[in-house]
Design a protein around this ligand. Structure first.
Ligand SMILES: Cc1ncc(COP(=O)(O)O)c(C=O)c1O
Length: 644
């Protein structure tokens, strides 16, 4: 039995929701979940197979337990291929549907930008699941072109080369045509055209060329500044004219087949997409009029992901669906081309985020907690400072209508006590008691405010004074955009969801960096400075998941504090509710991360061994200590960088 099935208002009135359903609502699972998640009545968070809605959901805690039996441990990046396959089908089917509805007379060809997730396990599956739709690849660099040309792409898939290109890049792109690849070289700058002309003469192979136009249309969201006139990529009108002339002079104008433009990632507002498509069509008709035999119109990336489920045009959400995006684009291009009397071009988009973001999640355990809570109130003592007496007295007027006043007073007296401690007026023990009284008062105020519907503002302020749950992950390695651009990802516990969460926490990672924390969360009623969580005891392993991390996060991450790549498990959902472990990538060992930063781990081991030997010679250690010391060092070198 499941808990997140949407209930109609009448049903809600008739049947009280189970605790599991209420918890699902609290976290907003149905809002942001894209239909991939479900809270089970036993309190487990489960994932659903979008390719077979009749398949039973897979409990994530049970899956983790199974993987642990196989020696695959958290922290772990879990890739769900069934989600990836579903997203690839979704975008292609959305365009095919739009083409049919609008009466568009040409094809849609998606290309996946390799930079969004370069991992071999992901790229190979994008190609595989995209094969029925001739889904191609976009390479923004030489290494990415090398990846693209190693893939088993279908004959009519495209390989689009964007980015800065040198002669080597261009030579490989042109030569790949001999193998049947539809490799399009998109000219991004006037300098590139000179190199293309030179390499073409040298090779005597006809290239497929494109031009990247710089649209003036600006977008909202995180990439607003890099859109429009100030975009660092693309050709302005003057440069376009110069390139057309150069290609004509070099007798290569007939090779110019594609026009490309890219607005930026995660475009929040669909009307920006529309306006950009209109502008792109103007360029297309003008370039055609100039004699360029264009056949492909590439509108780049930009299709966003609704990370928060708000369906609003802001940094972490979007006000449109994939189907709406496709309908709008196809409709605009059709009208524009019909008006100009031009054949409909092959429509190309370069969506990566929307294809891979939802298919990966980061799963980790809580290591320990710092609770901002006082279970009991210390007694008054005869030599207490009068501020301590005032602080203790707050208990006497803790009443529903005075909660804010109580909090004001408790904070004031506690802070004054801290000032006295700093000046040496009170000692450590009295200060410690004052802190305990404050925490006790806080928990009393919080529990009274929680049951008072009028105390919304106070509750919001109290939620900022949340516990700290210390978790087994590195923000910098696994969630770099949370740190760098305040990206919001859905986050929630994986278990005990049939119990109401009784605490609020922020999440601290295991780096020694005060920035290594998550303190913005998305819940059903909007953004919150803390996450509802459960009290946990020492015996319990409490897991949390951060969702939709499949775009950009994997390779943008860095080695802060030398925490390396986490373990990665790639699973496929089975029709019977089970899963197949398709691939395991063991996370970096300490030896590996040391080698990334120019150490030879075995030199380090040798140096350590020498120190041990010197200490034995100096009589500081016994010879028999050597095995234990050197063994401990070696075990560390060969171990996981995360808490095991
Ligand atoms: C040229 C180009 N194409 C495609 C993309 C991917 O776009 P998105 O993140 O919207 O999938 C990018 C990234 O910004 C890009 O620069």
């Amino acid at each position: 039995m499941t808990a997140t099935a949407a209930t109609s208002p009448t049903n809600e009135a008739e049947t009280p929701l189970s605790q599991a359903a209420r918890t699902a609502q609290l976290y907003g699972v149905d809002r942001w979940g894209h239909g991939y998640f479900e809270v089970l009545e036993n309190g487990d968070l489960a994932i659903k197979n979008p390719l077979n809605p009749a398949a039973p959901p897979l409990s994530l805690p049970e899956m983790l337990h199974d993987l642990q039996q196989r020696d695959v441990h958290v922290p772990m990046l879990l890739r769900v291929t069934s989600f990836l396959e579903n997203e690839i089908q979704a975008i292609n089917k959305a365009f095919l549907g739009a083409i049919e509805r609008v009466g568009y007379k040409n094809a849609y060809r998606a290309v996946f930008p390799i930079k969004v997730n370069q991992q071999a396990q992901v790229i190979e599956r994008v190609v595989d699941y995209g094969r029925p739709f001739s889904h191609g690849l976009e390479a923004g660099s030489k290494p990415e072109l090398v990846v693209a040309l190693s893939q088993n792409l279908p004959p009519d898939a495209l390989v689009i080369c964007n980015g800065v290109k040198d002669a080597e890049f261009i030579r490989l792109a042109i030569l790949s045509r001999k193998l049947g690849f539809n490799t399009m070289i998109v000219l991004e700058s006037p300098r590139e055209v000179e190199t293309v002309i030179e390499v073409c003469r040298e090779l005597d192979v006809e290239p497929l060329l494109g031009v990247r136009v710089k649209l003036t249309q600006k977008i909202g969201g995180n990439w607003a500044e890099s859109s429009g006139d100030r975009s660092t990529f693309g050709l302005n009108t003057d440069q376009l004219v110069a390139i057309l002339d150069k290609l004509r002079d070099a007798e290569l104008l007939h090779c110019l087949k594609l026009q490309h433009s890219h607005l930026g990632s995660q475009v929040p507002d669909v009307n920006d997409v529309r306006r950009a498509a209109i502008e792109a069509c103007r360029y297309f008709t003008e370039l055609t009029a100039e004699g360029a035999p264009l056949t492909h119109l590439d509108l780049g990336g930009g299709l966003g992901v609704d990370y928060t489920g708000e369906k609003k045009a802001n940094e972490n959400s979007i006000n449109y669906s994939v189907a709406e995006y496709a309908d709008n684009v196809v409709e605009i291009v059709r009208y524009a081309m019909d008006e100009a009397g031009i054949d409909h071009p092959v429509l190309v988009t370069e969506s990566g985020r929307a294809v891979t973001a939802t298919s990966s999640m980061l799963l980790f355990n809580v290591l320990e907690t710092t609770l901002y809570d006082g279970p009991s109130c210390p007694e008054a003592e005869p030599d207490d400072h009068h501020l301590m007496t005032d602080l203790l007295a707050v208990q006497g007027y803790l009443a529903a209508n005075r909660l804010q006043e109580c909090w004001n007073d408790a904070s004031f007296y506690r802070n004054e006590m801290r000032a006295l401690f700093r000046r040496g007026t009170i000692g450590l023990r009295q200060m410690a008691r004052a802190e305990r009284v404050y925490l006790y008062l806080m928990s009393k105020i919080r529990s009274q405010a929680a049951s008072d519907p009028q105390a919304g503002d106070l509750m919001e302020a109290l939620n900022k004074e949340a516990d700290i749950y210390h978790c087994n992950f590195s923000l910098f390695q696994s969630l770099p955009d949370v740190w760098a651009i305040d990206q919001l990802h859905p986050i929630m516990p994986l278990q005990r969801l049939n119990q109401a969460p009784d605490r609020r926490a922020i999440l601290a990672d295991i780096t020694c960096d005060s920035d290594g924390k998550v303190d913005r969360f998305i819940l059903s009623d909007g953004e919150s400075p803390s996450l509802p969580v459960h009290s946990i005891d020492d015996e319990e392993t409490y897991y949390l998941g951060v969702f939709f991390v499949g775009a950009y996060q994997e390779t943008l991450g860095d080695l802060h504090n030398l925490f390396g790549d986490t373990n990665v498990a790639t699973i496929q959902l089975r029709d019977d509710g089970g899963f197949v472990l398709l691939h395991e990538q063991v996370g970096d060992t300490i030896a590996q991360v040391l080698s990334y930063v120019e150490y030879d781990p075995y030199d380090c081991l040798a140096a350590f061994r020498q120190k041990v030997d010197a200490a034995i010679s100096d009589g500081l250690l016994k010879a028999s200590d050597r095995r234990e010391l050197v063994g401990a060092y070696r075990d560390s070198i060969e171990g996981y960088t995360y808490y095991e």
